[in-house]
Design a protein around this ligand. Structure first.
Ligand SMILES: *Cc1c(COP(=O)(O)O)cnc(C)c1O
Length: 367
């Protein structure tokens, strides 16, 4: 039995027909650039995130870069963030000219709110939190520190669209600006690159709209340099279709988690999900002993099971950031050596989940 890490094909004929119809409509009306589907998507998506306004952008990377720019973050500023995320988080900060400063994480793989305060300097402008793997950070604690030091908060909710915390507050609902990637690997996905920024502030929304179009006003005047970072109308049209599906997809991932829990929770450390929170499981990151990681991955692969490591190198340890002071980060440095990302997606069958669990049992010599 082969188990791919992900399967990006659209397997339901009904779903595929809905997507094709959405694309066909756009091709017929011809408003290919910022067409009506874009604003409809922005409104609906913002509401799900608990915010007034949404701005569709070209990718999650664009969303982060433009959000930082809209908050006037740049050269000479420091932005506190996690060391453990997809590299786009660090890159977005660095591309504004600001310096990313890593704050250690806790066992849940999210930024440790108790470590934030000691990393604040007179240069600190903002906290960029990442809801890593699709589970939300401890936002009330983080918001309290931000308020105390007058820092901006940006949520990198790229992996957490549709999730909420134990207080029922949706991913994206806390930040001054909150950013989503909607690329094909994310739980809520387009069929190409796409991203979203949400906010309650009208001036920030309007600034992001200018920044996503080369800093242009009225299509004629430019008052600040920027990139072309617009979302495609065709992607927005397909995303409107997927808004009717993503809840089901997340539910399926949560179901798969329950099966893993029954079968392998004694052998490896599985992610914990509190009853009141909604974890999106963008990545199903388990922890094993450092000395077991390579052997277990190899054994799984020999049995047809693809795994990944999300992510094998801490961002501050990447070549690109070697020149910066990377700090001690004991928890992140331990976890990065122990993590394995198992397949957990809506296209997996129960048989596949049981089979994968059996192979892990076999590895550990458990009948
Ligand atoms: C995917 C991702 C991004 C970047 O999004 P793209 O759409 O690929 O540009 C940023 N941050 C996190 C946490 C991500 O998972």
């Amino acid at each position: 039995m082969k188990i791919p890490y992900r399967n990006l094909s659209v397997s339901s004929e009904k779903h595929k027909q809905e997507l094709l119809r959405a694309v066909s409509n756009v091709l017929s009306h011809g408003r290919i650039i910022l067409g009506p589907e874009v604003s409809e998507f922005e409104k609906k998506a913002a509401k799900i995130c608990g915010k007034k306004y949404g701005v569709g952008v070209g990718s999650g990377s664009d969303a982060l870069y433009l959000a930082l720019r809209a908050l006037d973050i740049g050269r000479g500023d420091e932005v506190l963030t996690t060391p453990f995320s997809w590299i786009a988080t660090y890159n977005a900060i660095a591309l504004t000219g600001a310096e990313p400063v890593p704050v250690d994480i806790t066992e849940d793989m999210n930024i440790n709110p108790d470590e934030i305060e000691k990393n604040i300097t007179p240069k600190t402008k903002a906290i960029l939190v990442v809801h890593f793997t699709g589970r939300m950070c401890a936002m009330p604690e983080i918001m309290a520190v931000a308020q105390k030091y007058n820092l901006k908060v940006i949520e990198d909710a790229a992996q957490a669209f549709g999730g909420h915390d134990v207080y029922g507050k949706p991913a994206g609902s806390y930040g001054d600006l909150s950013c989503f990637s909607i690329n094909p690997m994310k739980p809520f996905c387009a069929y190409g690159e796409a991203g979203l920024v949400v906010t309650d502030s009208l001036p920030l929304k309007e600034r992001i709209e200018r920044l996503r179009y080369n800093g242009m006003f009225n299509k004629e005047l430019c008052n600040e340099p920027s990139i072309n970072g617009r979302i495609d109308t065709i992607q927005a049209a397909m995303l409107l279709v997927n808004l009717n599906y993503y809840d089901k997809w997340i539910n399926r991932r949560l179901e798969i988690h329950e099966i893993y829990k029954k079968n392998i929770s004694e052998l490896v450390i599985l992610p914990t999900v509190k009853k009141e929170e909604r974890h999106c499981f963008h990545a199903y990151n388990i922890l094993v002993k450092t000395e077991d990681r390579d052997g277990l991955r190899k054994f799984l692969l020999e049995n047809g099971i693809e795994t990944k490591i999300s992510h094998p190198v801490l961002m501050p340890d990447q070549e690109a950031y070697k020149a910066l002071d990377s700090k001690k980060l004991p928890v992140a440095r331990d976890i990065v050596k122990r993590v394995i990302t198992l397949p957990n997606h809506e296209k997996m069958t129960n048989e596949q989940v049981y089979h994968l669990s059996d192979i892990i049992k076999e590895y550990y010599g458990v009948p």
